[in-house]
Structure formats: C-alpha cells, structure tokens
Design a protein around this ligand. Sequence first.
Ligand SMILES: *[C@@H]1O[C@H](CO)[C@@H](O)[C@H](O)[C@H]1NC(C)=O
Ligand SMILES: *[C@@H]1O[C@H](CO)[C@@H](O)[C@H](O)[C@H]1NC(C)=O
Length: 351
Amino acid sequence: MAYTYTTPWLLVVTELLILVSITESKVPAIIVFGDSTVDAGNNNVVPTLLKSNFRPYGRDFAGGRPTGRFSNGRIPPDFISEAFGLKPTVPAYLDPAYNISDFATGVCFASAGTGYDNATSDVLKVIPMWKELEYYKEYKNKLRAYVGKNKANEILSEALYLMSLGTNDFLENYYLSPKRQSQFIVQQYEDLLIGLAGNFIRELYSLGVRKISLTGLPPMGCLPLERTINILGQNECVEKFNNVALEFNGKLDGLVKRLNKELPGLRLLSIDVYKILDQIIKKPSLYGFDVVGKGCCATGKFELSYLCNKLSPFTCADANKYVFWDAFHPTEKTNHIIVNSFLDNLLAYFR
Ligand SMILES: *[C@@H]1O[C@H](CO)[C@@H](O)[C@H](O)[C@H]1NC(C)=O
Ligand SMILES: *[C@@H]1O[C@H](CO)[C@@H](O)[C@H](O)[C@H]1NC(C)=O
C-alpha cells in the first residue's frame, strides 16, 4: 500500500526540516534594555523612589511575589522568553537572588524611569542607558568566564535583544522640565532621541549584537496619570501626547530602515505597540476589560510606585478587568495581549 511506503519518507523529511530549523534558528537568550515597561527588578537596589518590590505589585506573579516588575504579574520580556522556548521569566541583572547561571539564558538591564536622554534618568536617579550598557559589558565578561569564550560569543551574537523605552523622555522629562523645552521644540527633541537610539544600537552592533527588537511609544496620552492631569479635557486621552508618540514612532521606523542598510548582518525590527494598545483602549470590552480610564491599584488615578501599596482600600479585586495596573503601567493581561499581537512577527523574524 502506498500509504505505508510513503509515510516513513515523509516523516524523515519532516524531521529533517524540523532539525534544520531548530539548529538554524536559535535564540539562546533574551537580553533586555530599557525602562519600566521591561524592568524585572533592577530598581530594587537603586537608591530611587521609583520602585515596585512590595505588595500589591506582583500579586498575580508566581508565588504572589513582588519582584520589582511594574505590574500585577509578568511583563513583555517574560512572555517573549517563554514563546522562544526559554524560561517563563527574565531575571534582573542586579537582583541578588540570581547569578550568571540564570543569566546565561536571559538577563534584564532595564531600569524604571530611564530614557534615551541622560537627563531623563537623572530625574528619579535611576540607571541611565550608558550604565545599562556598562552592565552588559560586565555581564559579557562573566558569561565568558562561566561558559567559555566561544560559547559565550555564540550566545551573545545569537541572542535576541529587546529595547523598550522613550515614554519617560517625554512625560517625565521634556514636558515637565523647563530646561529641555527652552532648548528644543518637541520635534527637535524627538530627533535628538532618535539620534541617541541610533548611537545605542550602533554601539550594541560594535559589541557583536545582531538581533534587536526595538519597541516604539504607546499612546502615552491615554495612561491613567495623563488623563487625571487632563482636567480641562474631561480626563480624556491627551491627544497632544498621542500625536507625539505617533510622530516619534514614524521617525523610529525610519531609523530602523537606515540602520538595517548601514550595518551588514544587523536584524533590527521595530515593534509597534501603539496600534494594539490604542485598539484595546478604544474597545476594551472586545478584550474582556471593563475599565480603561484608571488603574487597578488604589484609586487608579495617579498612584504608582510607593503610592500603590497594600494600605489602599480601593485596589480592585480582579486586575484582569483593568487595562492598567497602576496609573502608568499595564496589567499582566494587557502585557500578554500586547506581546501576542506581535509575537508571530517576532518569531518569524528571529527564530
Ligand atoms: C548560582 O546559584 C545557585 C543556587 O542559587 C548555585 O547552586 C550555583 O552554584 C550558583 N552558580 C554560580 C556560577 O555562582
Ligand atoms: C551621558 O552620560 C555619559 C556619562 O557621563 C556620557 O559618557 C555620555 O556622553 C552622555 N551622553 C550624552 C549624549 O551626553
């Protein structure tokens, strides 16, 4: 019978194809740079007021543990790591609970409150991007000592690097600081940040990095804190901020195209989180959410970091009904939906 004759060959061919794709398409580690959208707990050991390593942060994380992630549960790099067949969480480099054996498959250098601009990380005394890069270089040396130079180089060049930042440059720095506004109109400031992003990526490239996913800005005028401040606008989204985000994202796409041409072998992908978050915010019920205008923690209108704490009687019971966890950061459920919206792209491009 033809069936019994052909099946083994089909199986062999299929298995060969799978083998080839596994060996060719390896992402052995996820390495993370950026701000609170991706910080897994580095700020815990930084002398800043911007922390989240206490309840109710992390209440839906494994063990209900407040790790320093700015959410009730996991954040995007965790979901991405899991989707690439790696660990379900990416540990923070400065978290004393982990060491190089954990970091060999993923490590996070991100710091809540940071931005492309040095002046942004100064505002809340968090880790600037140049320092995140210094930590990365230190990590490289530790990894070489741990797995050997050749293996370490292979991991570091095949790893997927995530960059997610920029919101703080506008909301925590430019729009709050007379200095930056006196120096630049907002379009000039966008260009300055794009230049800094380009320099950061060139520097990673010169260190051997090849696979980078670069996340653009969310509709930052719709973060609950910005709505709260928008009193004259009836607490609607701040359109001005959303327009800046869209304009900046357009420039970021341009940068990605230029760098992919300029740097041989670079695989740089820009990730649009604006569109999906905008859809969620406009039609929350389609995604199972009830509340979008305020966060789950405390009153949800302005609290984040220490103001979101276990003493508040107002914190919601079910974070899955909320788009935002605190006044600035998405719930775990929102993080998961966001990642799922670009996951196929990411897997196709990098695996
Ligand atoms: C890392 O920590 C684990 C336990 O937490 C320990 O068993 C291991 O020896 C440590 N590895 C290194 C390289 O320090
Ligand atoms: C940011 O600060 C670091 C450390 O002081 C410095 O090396 C770097 O040049 C600064 N970046 C810019 C764009 O000024």
